[in-house]
Design a protein around this ligand. Structure first.
Ligand SMILES: [Zn+2]
Length: 372
């Protein structure tokens, strides 16, 4: 069985919910058909000519990238412009393209988490540098015929509902009487058409992160015996975990700049590695930001961060960092994002296998020597 584009998109949205994207960032399915079946996926950093060529040559039918295909609105597919040329090339090759950009930067297990892990930093303990929001929670209330509650509780917990800290399957249930009258054309699980039914039901309530809404509702509907499932979703004012850009760490064992540079060299294999040393022998508050970290320099310095590893630092970022005494390591935009891209392959393989799909996943070999 082959996975459809919409199934692969749903897996991606579990990892990097679209709602996390920064305003105006064109994330999600860039090009293609949600119902199409996919034999092979290729993951890449950029949907560029090299990636499209390799995808076509290797038999891939879907490209999953970090950077989007369409940064700006197109009014035509004029092939004398790069965006039009790439889109036309992808269409000719029959490729579907999906991108998870700032939503994957911001996702709690996203680009920065993977970069931190690659550098041997304690990724689970990272604190956000630039908070863009907090995880939002919903209350789910569902009405269940008695005897079916355990199966449903298990299904929705597996999909991400009912977690409070390290406790899973957290629900509250109370018995009552549900009523309904099956109408014409129905195939009721209990009762018959045109007859008012009174059924012993349970009202089960639980919480879920808003980002898990579609998976939880899908799991609920699949596990529930009724043809039409009665459920409510309420927004909650609870504040969840902070989410945002960049991660900082307080190292138990401070490291030298040379040590950090050698971790970057071996883990990221950057084409170039630049640094500005703030003159400390050891650094204990270390931060990472995959891609372009220049806009975080001031916030990082004011939060007491001593060294920031990122890419794309400009002259004025360096001057600002120098003024604050913040050390900078520039390992390159692409090299700091590839650990996140490499994880997409691992993640998609795991999800597809768990659901018994035969769709294969490769990673672009022609992009960076480090990730072949
Ligand atoms: Zn980027």
């Amino acid at each position: 069985m082959l996975a459809k584009v919409k199934t692969i998109s749903a897996y991606m949205e579990e990892l990097a919910p679209l709602s996390l994207a920064l305003p105006g960032d064109p994330v999600g399915l860039q090009l293609g058909h949600p119902e199409a079946e996919v034999k092979k996926i290729m993951v890449a950093l950029d949907p560029d000519h090299e990636a499209l060529t390799e995808a076509g040559a290797s038999g891939a039918e879907m490209l999953v990238t970090h950077h989007p295909l369409f940064y700006n609105m197109l009014s035509s597919l004029d092939e004398s412009y790069p965006a039009g040329r790439l889109a036309a090339e992808a269409l000719r090759k029959g490729l579907h393209i999906y991108s998870a950009h700032t939503n994957y930067d911001i996702a709690p297990r996203g680009v920065n988490f993977r970069l931190a892990k690659a550098l041997g930093l304690p990724a689970e303990q990272g604190r956000i540098i630039n908070v863009t929001g907090t995880e939002q929670y919903l209350k789910l209330v569902v009405f269940i015929p008695a005897g079916h509650e355990d199966g449903i509780r298990h299904a929705i917990s597996q999909a991400g509902a009912g977690w409070i800290g390290a406790y899973s399957h957290c629900t509250f249930q109370t018995p009552g009487t549900g009523t309904f009258m099956p109408g014409e054309g129905t195939d009721p699980f209990i009762g018959s058409q045109g007859k008012l039914e009174k059924v012993e039901e349970l009202r089960m309530e639980t919480v879920l992160p808003e980002a898990r809404k579609s998976e939880v509702i899908q799991a609920l509907i699949k596990a529930h015996p009724y043809e039409e499932v009665a459920y409510d979703l309420y927004p909650l004012a609870l504040e969840g975990e902070s989410i945002g850009l960049g991660l900082q760490f307080d190292l138990e064992e401070p490291c030298s700049l040379e040590n950090l540079l050698s971790r970057c060299r071996s883990a990221l294999k950057p084409a170039a590695l630049r640094c500005w040393d703030a003159g400390k022998s050891y650094y204990s508050r270390v931060a990472v930001c995959g891609g372009s970290g220049g806009s975080l320099v001031e916030q990082a310095a004011r939060q007491g961060i001593e060294v920031l590893v990122s890419g794309d630092f400009r002259y004025h970022d360096l001057k600002l960092a120098q003024a604050y005494g913040l050390a900078l390591v520039d390992a390159g935009h692409d090299a700091t994002e590839w650990p996140g891209v490499a994880y997409l392959r691992e993640y998609l393989v795991e999800r597809l296998e768990a659901d018994h799909y035969e769709t294969g996943v490769s990673i672009q070999a022609s992009a960076s020597p480090a990730w072949k």
